[in-house]
Design a protein around this ligand. Structure first.
Ligand code: AMP
Ligand code: MG
Length: 349
C-alpha cells in the first residue's frame, strides 16, 4: 500500500530531487491517492492560503463525488433507481453536464453510467479487488440494459432516471475536474507557478523558475519512467493504466477499466497518456482511448478533439500522435512505434 502511494510521487516531478527554497509543497490523501500541490516562487502567506483552500475544496469534492461511500452521489444513485422525479443535488449536475458531451464524443467508451458493472466486479470497495470474476450471465444482463447518461432526464434542477441499470461513477473524470478547479483557485489566489499532481495525473501553471515544469510518464510494466517531457502553463497530463487497480485470477489480469460494450476489462492496452488544457477532458479521454485500444484510438481521439496521445499496447508497442512524439524524451528508444495523426482520420458515421 505504502509503495503504491509513494510510486507516483517518485515517478513525477523529477524536479523534486533538487528542491530549492522557492518551492513549497502540501500533500493530502484524497480521491484514493496522494495529491501533491507544489507552488514555486510564491510568498509563504499566499502559499499557506492556497494549501488551506485546496485541502478544503478537495475534501469536499472527495465527499460529494465518492462512488461508493454515502454522500450526494450515492443518494443521487438511489433516487435515479426509483425512476421518479427529484431535485438534483447541485454538486452532481456539473459532473453530468461535463461528462455527457465527452461520453458522446467517445462513442460511449467513456461511460460514467456503468457503476453497476463496477459493483459487480468488486471495484467499489475499500478492500483490494479480488477474484473470481463475476458470473458471465450477470455481466451480460447489465451490458444488454445499455446504461448511459442519456437515460437521465434533466429539466432545470429536476432529474429522473429512465433506466434502472444506470448507476453513476465519475471515477474516470472527477480527478480531472477537481484538478481544473484547483488550478483555477490557485490562479485566483495569485499563484503564478504551480503543479497539482494526483498520483501522476497533473496540471501546471507557469514554470519552475528558469525552466518549464518537467514530468515523467510511468512505464506500465516497470518501476521507472518511459519518457519525460516539459509541461507548459495550463497543460494537463493524465494517464490511465491497467496497473492501477487489478486482481490476478488463473494467470490473467482483471483491471478496473471496463469496456462498456462487453462488461469485461478492456483488452489490448496497458496505458494511455493524454495532454490537454482541460484536465477533465484529458482524464475522460485517457480512459476512453484505453478502451478504444491500439486500432481504434485515432478515431475516438479525433472525435474528442485530442492531438497529444501516447498509447502503450498489450505487446509493449507504442502508438503516438505527431505532436506528442515531438515532445517526448524517451528513456529507451521504443522498439515498435507507430505515429498516427487523429486529424488525418476520416469522419465516420
Ligand atoms: P481512470 O483511472 O481515469 O482511467 O478511471 C478509472 C475508473 O473509472 C475506474 O476505477 C472506474 O471507477 C471508472 N471506469 C472504469 N471503466 C470506465 C469506463 N469505460 N467509462 C467510465 N468510467 C469507467
Ligand atoms: Mg480517466
Amino acid at each position: 500500500m505504502i509503495r503504491a502511494l509513494l510510486l507516483p510521487l517518485l515517478v513525477v516531478l523529477l524536479a523534486a530531487c533538487t528542491r530549492p527554497a522557492a518551492e513549497r509543497h502540501d500533500t493530502q490523501l484524497v480521491f484514493g491517492t496522494l495529491v501533491d500541490v507544489t507552488v514555486y516562487g510564491t510568498d509563504e502567506a499566499t502559499a499557506q492560503r492556497a494549501f488551506t483552500q485546496l485541502r478544503e475544496d478537495f475534501r469536499l469534492m472527495h465527499f460529494m463525488w465518492h462512488p461508493w461511500k454515502p454522500g450526494p452521489l450515492g443518494r443521487t444513485n438511489e433516487l435515479l433507481a426509483l425512476q421518479a422525479p427529484f431535485s438534483a443535488n447541485p454538486s452532481i449536475l456539473p459532473l453530468i453536464e461535463k461528462s455527457l458531451p465527452l461520453s458522446q464524443a467517445s462513442d460511449h467508451l467513456f461511460n460514467p453510467a456503468i457503476g453497476k458493472l463496477l459493483d459487480l466486479w468488486g471495484f467499489h470497495s475499500d478492500e483490494p479487488p479480488h477474484g473470481p470474476p463475476p458470473d458471465p450471465a450477470a455481466i451480460a444482463k447489465l451490458v444488454a440494459a445499455e446504461p448511459k447518461l442519456e437515460d437521465i432526464e434533466i429539466h432545470g434542477v429536476v432529474m429522473r432516471g429512465t433506466n434502472p441499470a444506470v448507476k453513476l461513477d465519475f471515477g474516470a473524470m472527477a480527478k480531472g475536474l477537481a484538478i481544473d478547479r484547483g488550478i483555477e483557485a490557485l490562479r485566483i489566489l495569485g499563484v503564478k507557478n504551480a503543479v497539482i499532481n494526483a498520483g501522476g495525473d497533473l496540471k501546471v501553471i507557469g514554470r519552475h523558475g528558469d525552466r518549464p515544469w518537467r514530468v515523467g510518464i510511468r512505464d506500465p510494466r516497470g518501476e521507472g519512467v518511459l519518457a519525460v517531457l516539459d509541461v507548459h502553463d495550463g497543460e494537463a497530463v493524465f494517464t490511465s493504466g491497467d496497473y492501477e487497480r487489478y486482481f490476478m485470477w488463473q494467470g490473467r489480469r482483471y483491471h478496473h477499466i471496463l469496456d462498456p460494450r462487453t462488461g469485461y476489462p478492456a483488452e489490448g492496452t496497458r496505458s494511455v497518456t493524454v495532454i490537454h488544457s482541460d484536465a477533465a477532458t484529458a482524464d475522460a479521454a485517457a480512459t476512453a482511448l484505453f478502451v478504444a485500444g491500439p486500432k481504434r484510438w485515432p478515431k475516438i481521439a479525433r472525435q474528442m478533439g485530442l492531438d497529444q496521445v501516447l498509447l502503450i499496447d498489450a505487446e509493449g508497442g507504442y502508438h503516438v500522435t505527431p505532436k506528442m512524439q515531438a515532445r517526448l524524451k524517451y528513456a529507451r528508444q521504443p522498439e515498435r512505434l507507430q505515429v498516427r495523426d487523429p486529424a488525418a482520420q476520416k469522419s465516420q458515421r
